[in-house]
Design a protein around this ligand. Structure first.
Ligand code: AMP
Length: 406
């Protein structure tokens, strides 16, 4: 594996796997965060005097077309990105309307230093998700150097994210700047953490977070559990949770987790009280209750003031913080207070020297909503990938770059 920043790309064609899976409505990009995320990597290659070939997936064309025959491949084209990317880079962006054709190969070959070529959606080919070796080898021929800057798909062993790396020698494959940042931040939390290390896990379902909690039992000193998933724990311990979210088939597992934590000396913190509502709606009538004494017909939709104070204290004293999942239904004004208070505590701890990583879709949406994203140490762009990393799994996209041989 080579180091991107110290690599000189002069007269080299960098084949960069990016994640340009951006939301597009009626041909318009509605959020270009992912495109902007890849700009530093692209700019560095161009500034060195190299050329850039960009490849990405967009949506799930083949699966969606199978379900909805009125759709065609054209509905999944990356072409609407060409003009916008050109504007962001202040240069013309060329386009190959088939990522794996001889015409694409010719276009890549003809690139001059400073030029950029975007390939059509990789997932037009079923071989991409299947991790087909021949398909990957043909893609590999487009570039002299392979750069993976798509952390969001690093947990997939697809042709362009993992399989392709074997066709490049160790000094010609590397992470891009975005991916490097993600990997560094994740390693900082999982392997170089300073203690106390607090993991804040929230969201709707225990079943989604069980693997991450289990893995963190060997790493963290404290695990805060909030959001809808907390009520499965209260119910398992014999509490009354009214109509709050509960996974009845996970009660035993919840008890088992608490027992394991106890054995390993990890403190699990559940929210002492909750903001409760008479219905799941923004205009619900609200009240507060102890989380294990929620009255019948009421449901806990946010953590309460006691829980906020309890969690804030732990967070403020932490030196490493990992946050995945909101503390309540933060999308609704009445139930956003707990998530916001936790975000503010994470910001405060960061100000005092803690390393804080926010990862996973909804907690990222929450810090963005409260305009606090730039006040934590790192906000991960890779939801599923980050989750799998913290579950302790080896991500194929990372492993493929780190594997030394050609
Ligand atoms: P997840 O994707 O599992 O991280 O879950 C995020 C979702 O959980 C968000 O849409 C929240 O609105 C929802 N959520 C958080 N707390 C609760 C709760 N107490 N009851 C129901 N849903 C919740």
């Amino acid at each position: 594996m080579s180091n991107f920043s110290s690599h000189n790309f002069k007269d080299q064609r960098a084949l960069i796997r990016v994640d340009f899976n951006v939301p597009i409505k009626n041909g318009e990009i509605t959020d270009d965060t992912r495109i902007r995320g890849a700009l530093p990597t692209i700019r560095k290659v161009l500034a060195d005097g190299g050329s850039v070939i960009l490849m990405s997936h967009w949506g799930r064309p083949l699966k969606d077309i199978e379900k909805k025959p009125n759709l065609t491949l054209a509905d999944f084209s990356l072409k609407p990105l060409v003009a916008h990317l050109g504007q962001l880079l202040s240069t013309e962006v060329h386009f190959a309307d088939d990522c794996n054709s001889d015409a694409a190969a010719q276009k890549a070959k003809d690139l001059k230093p400073g030029q950029v070529l975007l390939l059509e959606n990789l997932r037009y080919y079923k071989q991409e998700e299947k991790g087909d070796k021949d398909f990957a080898e043909k893609l590999a021929k487009l570039g002299d150097v392979y750069v993976n800057d798509a952390f969001g798909t690093a947990h997939r062993a697809h042709a362009s994210t993992a399989v392709i790396a074997q066709f490049f020698p160790g000094d010609k494959k590397m992470f891009g700047l975005l991916m490097e940042g993600e990997v560094k931040a994740a390693e900082e939390v999982l392997h170089n953490n300073k203690r106390p290390f607090t993991a804040i896990i929230g969201g709707a379902k225990v079943s989604d977070k069980i693997l991450i909690i289990e893995n963190l039992l060997d790493k963290a000193t404290d695990i805060i559990i909030g959001g809808g998933m907390a009520y499965t724990f209260f119910k398992a311990e014999g509490g009354h949770i009214g109509n709050s979210l509960c996974e009845e088939d996970r009660l035993e597992m919840a008890l088992d987790l608490l027992k394991k934590a106890d054995e390993k000396g990890v403190s699990i913190h559940l929210p002492a009280d909750s903001i409760i509502a008479d219905k799941f709606a923004g205009d619900a009538t609200t009240s507060s209750a102890l989380s294990n004494e929620v009255p019948a017909n009421w449901m806990g939709l946010d953590i309460g003031p006691m829980a906020i104070a309890q969690f804030q204290k732990i967070i403020r004293e932490s030196k490493t913080i990992l946050w995945n999942g909101p503390m309540g239904v933060f999308e609704m004004e009445k139930f956003q207070h707990g998530t916001k208070a936790i975000a503010e505590a994470v910001v405060e701890a960061t100000k005092h020297g803690a390393f804080s990583l926010v990862g996973g879709g909804d907690s990222v949406a929450a810090v963005n909503k409260f305009h606090l994203a730039d006040k934590v140490s790192y906000v991960s762009t890779g939801g599923g990938a980050m989750l799998e990393y913290f579950e302790g799994k080896e991500l194929p996209g990372i492993a493929a770059i780190k594997t030394p041989q050609a």
